[in-house]
Design a protein around this ligand. Structure first.
Ligand SMILES: C[S@@+](CC[C@H](N)C(=O)[O-])C[C@H]1O[C@@H](n2cnc3c(N)ncnc32)[C@H](O)[C@@H]1O
Length: 416
């Protein structure tokens, strides 16, 4: 047994991302093949409890306490840590029986080192990180109730595909009329958790800059007089602007982060990145037509808008994980707003999943169902992307794929 485990670990340590994922899936298949029906019942029936356990551990600051100590901690010491924690004020948990801790250890979220004594493992360290904690909150607090409603919703709607973002499971789960992405920003706590997890999505996997040939695409394009090189449309906290600038510090041209005010008010200043309010359902402000000279006194875009007339078209209009939030009619509206802003050198870069027609990975399939249930949208197959772009009167020039399980890709598009 030990030899087998060492062999698997060695294989994993030398594998690339694709190989590592293949190994994980193969190990899962072996595990399931060994299950008795009762094992299967046990595993599936308690899936809710696993994420509830993670939430509990986060609320009690257990993961931070263990990850912050090299040595194992006893339950009494852990309880004292929780009382001292600024994030769990007034909490005085009874850990004396170790029930929560032993459950978390039994499902691998921490490690039991002796009687009433625990230490961190790799999963503890993930759950001690604020952004991953945001993810646990997002999936437990906000997405969880949607999953619970999904079977009944689909039974009531005769299992039709969900394509209307005003009639998804979210309206039933939260007793609201608004589409998810209109309702969501009005929920500051939920929205903040979501933005946190957005910053770590795909962490550890290759990113789009590893495959997209930025310098080649920029070629002889000139940023003169004051053109934007990169507009991150609904870029959230601006992490892609940061990554782009870190990789290409010398490329000329302005960097612009656009989003809605509810998001931008949480974004700390980012050096070299101008922040601009832009609703993507309204005409894109950074556009090809230039009527007025540039006003050099304005070093950042005030909110709300400055005059759009003195802003020149951008080289790249980048949309990461935006179009998968919307059904086709809304995507077409977003894309048309961009198409009418583009000049002949502009390119739309869509950073989204491009699914194969068969053999979709479970991580992609679960995201797709979440999109359907919450937003009436879809993770599109290559065929669906081509059809959507044609309807938006755009032409796909290339598709650069950079992850294997999710098939994250950059779709490069121009007006037809
Ligand atoms: C799925 S997140 C993607 C964020 C970012 N592109 C990323 O990959 O991390 C969607 C973003 O769209 C923004 N958003 C939602 N509705 C919008 C609208 N009507 N106009 C502009 N941005 C919007 C949200 O504030 C959020 O930052």
């Amino acid at each position: 047994m030990e030899a087998l485990i060492t062999q698997v670990q060695t294989l994993a340590s030398t594998a690339d991302e694709t190989g590592r994922k293949k190994l994980l899936d193969a190990l899962r298949d072996v595990q399931y093949s060994l299950e008795t029906p009762y094992d299967t019942l046990q595993r599936l029936s308690y899936l809710h409890l696993q994420i509830a356990g993670a939430r509990l551990g986060i609320d009690l600051t257990l993961f931070e306490a263990l990850a912050g100590n090299e040595n194992p901690l006893g339950v009494d010491e852990l309880a004292k840590n929780i009382q001292r924690s600024a994030r769990a004020p007034g909490r005085n948990p009874d850990l004396s029986q170790g029930r929560i801790l032993r459950y978390l250890a039994s499902i691998g979220m921490l490690k039991e080192t002796g009687k009433d004594e625990f230490t961190a493992n790799n999963i503890t360290r993930v759950l001690a990180n604020t952004n991953y904690q945001g993810g646990m909150h997002h999936y437990f607090d906000t997405v969880g109730p949607i999953f619970l409603e999904l079977p009944n919703y689909l039974a009531e709607t005769k299992y039709k595909n969900i394509t209307d973002n005003g009639k998804t499971v979210i309206q039933k789960a939260y007793n609201i009329d608004l589409p998810g992405f209109i309702w969501f920003p009005s929920q500051p706590k939920r929205f903040a958790y979501f933005q946190q997890v957005m910053t770590v999505q795909r962490a550890g996997a290759p990113d789009w800059l590893s495959v997209f040939p930025v310098e080649k695409e920029v070629g002889s394009w000139s940023a003169q007089p004051y053109k934007a090189l990169f507009v991150d449309i609904d870029g959230g906290f601006g992490h892609q602007c940061l990554a782009f600038r870190a990789k290409y510090p010398k490329l000329p041209g302005r960097m612009v982060l656009q989003d809605i005010p509810q998001t931008l008010e949480h974004v700390p200043p980012i050096e070299g990145v101008e922040v601009m309010v832009q609703n993507f359902f309204e005409p894109q402000a950074i556009k090809g037509e230039s009527k007025l000279p540039w006003n050099p006194r304005l070093v950042s875009f005030p909110s709300p808008y400055r005059s759009a007339d003195d802003i020149l078209g951008a080289k790249f209009y980048y949309l990461r994980n935006i179009l998968h939030d919307y059904p086709d009619d809304k995507c077409i509206a977003i894309l048309r707003n961009l198409a009418s802003a583009m000049d002949e050198d502009s390119r739309i870069l869509i950073d989204d999943m491009v699914l194969p027609n068969t053999g979709v990975h479970w991580q992609a399939a679960q995201l797709d169902l979440t999109m359907m249930a919450a937003l009436g949208s879809v993770e599109r197959t290559e065929e669906q992307w081509y059809a959507l772009m044609k309807s938006a009167k755009l032409r796909i020039l290339q598709i650069h794929t950079y992850t294997t399980s999710l098939q994250d890709s950059v779709i490069v598009a121009v007006p037809q």
